[in-house]
Design a protein around this ligand. Structure first.
Ligand SMILES: [Zn+2]
Ligand SMILES: [Zn+2]
Length: 195
């Protein structure tokens, strides 16, 4: 493992990761709550990444997985690598099966929707559409057997700017020593914090 790799700080202060089809390709989308924050991350860090060196790694640990993202940068002094421990999801499994060795990296802004913002066919967390919710103050779901008291939904806005990732690996934890980025991540963020 190179010393430049081990000196890159790790960042996990983002919401999660969305996996979306967009522009005919799978997109890997780290999610932020504020558009301004995602712009800053893009401009300060990801903009300077060298596409062929961008790596994403996935390491499954039980019901969770580690998402790990890093790259060589044209501005190495301010480079940052990203990681997040996330619950396995349907979208994650779909990406794992369907990525085909290449994906786009975009940033996303996660926005909660109120009943007023939502289109009539937007889906609530209770699985019924916005039109099935009362438009009164409390937004209750009007389905008889549903106990949803308040409409809740979200939308993800994807950045137009993107980078191409062509180095994607799913690793077993026992094999991470052979992968410098992954080893560095688990070493700094997991093994050195155990005991
Ligand atoms: Zn509902
Ligand atoms: Zn409902």
């Amino acid at each position: 493992m190179s010393s430049s790799q081990s000196s890159i700080p790790w960042f996990d202060d983002f919401l999660g990761v969305a996996y979306r089809y967009y522009d005919l390709r799978m997109n890997v989308v780290p999610l932020f709550t504020e558009r301004k924050e995602s712009m800053t991350i893009w401009n300060d860090t990801i903009h300077w990444w060298v596409d062929p060196s961008i790596k994403i790694r996935f390491v499954e640990t039980g019901d969770d997985y580690w998402f790990i993202l890093g790259s060589d940068s044209q501005k190495p002094a301010t480079n940052v690598s990203f990681f997040k421990v996330l619950p396995k999801s349907e979208h994650y499994e779909r990406f794992k099966k369907g990525h085909g060795g290449e994906a786009y990296l975009r940033l996303g802004v996660y926005k909660k929707q109120t009943l007023d913002d939502a289109k009539k066919n937007a889906m609530c967390a209770c699985s019924h559409e916005a039109r099935d919710h009362d438009e009164g103050d409390d937004d209750v779901c009007l389905f008889n057997d549903c106990d949803c008291k308040k409409f809740s939904s979200f939308q993800v806005n994807l950045s137009k700017r993107k980078k191409t990732i062509s180095d994607i690996k799913f690793l077993d934890e026992k094999d991470v020593k052979d992968d410098p980025l992954t080893w560095n991540c688990l070493n700094v963020n997991k093994y050195s914090k155990e005991n």
